[in-house]
Design a protein around this ligand. Sequence first.
Ligand code: NDP
Length: 331
Amino acid sequence: MPETFRALLVTRDEDKKQSVAVAEMTEADLMEGDVTVAVEATTVNYKDGLAITGMAPVVRRFPLVPGIDFAGTVVKSSHTDWREGDQVILNGWGAGETHHGAYAGLARVKGDWLVKLPPQITPFEAMAIGTAGYTAMLCVMALERHGIAPERGPVIVTGAAGGVGSIAIAILSRLGFHVVASTGRTSEEDYLRDLGAAEVIARDELSGPARPLGRERWAGGVDAVGSHTLANVLSMTSYGGAVAACGLAGGMDLPASVAPFILRGVSLLGIDSVMAPLSLRREAWGRLARDLDRAKLASLSTTIGFGGIVDAAHAIVEGRIRGRVVVDMAK
Ligand code: NDP
């Protein structure tokens, strides 16, 4: 185990102004936990972007190592499930929010938070998936539980060129769905079609105030955007359909009417990845290992080093990241 390791640290001054810098840490600086992991790979999610830029109060304890996701190898454990050498994944549970997170050489966490890295995927592939991809899978599983199947009709994915969107498209198309991708970046049409989108529509079609009911266009959807977009998606969902809502990239409000719910029996399925129980996480990661095309995963991800995290954080909140960013902690 290294004596010291580099970490990204978010601090706050007396005026509550947040800043971020590289720091040298030791094992003694880590927070409580029963498993210590050498972090090999991590990623930059939208939430990490909010945490690092301070655009939203994601970090709620200072100083704090941000980063909500990592994959790595156990170097020390007093937890019965984990032994030195085990390869593990962590998503959420407050890491990068109230507990030191992923952007450090070592992380000490609760063993109960960890999921075994599926043998079919590498730590880098796990982080190409990350919380965004695992959330996309939770959305797909929720739609399936509601009975949404390819024969019921098309499904819409909003925020399509982002992390959740890109992976949702890849999974849904592999499962045989006709996927409609909604994006503000129509220049990414070829990218979205290569991932499996059958139709690409402009974000503007869904960003204005929603009518109570619109033309029935899809049986379900995965929404990463919220606000007017989600309201429009709901109003255009066909009878008995369902929409899995996981994001707020377009806003936290929901200016919708109850018409889709009470006149078309449409369901709104809420998706949270942070506190999702282990059983659901294990199922999601098992499905990701099976139902996500590895070549598509490679095509939607780019790799950066530790030094690129802050720039990537700014880029993601400005909507400039396509697909997923993997951080190779050795670089
Ligand atoms: P990304 O930034 O990678 O993707 C978000 C996408 O949303 C963008 O690429 C863009 O897609 C679209 N978008 C951005 N700004 C706007 C806007 N103002 N109006 C409409 N569309 C917009 O983020 P992630 O994929 O990592 O996360 C997506 C959302 O899901 C975030 O809000 C995140 O916080 C949330 N999330 C929630 C989780 C949960 O547990 N519930 C877990 C993971 C993520 P395009 O360019 O194609 O239009």
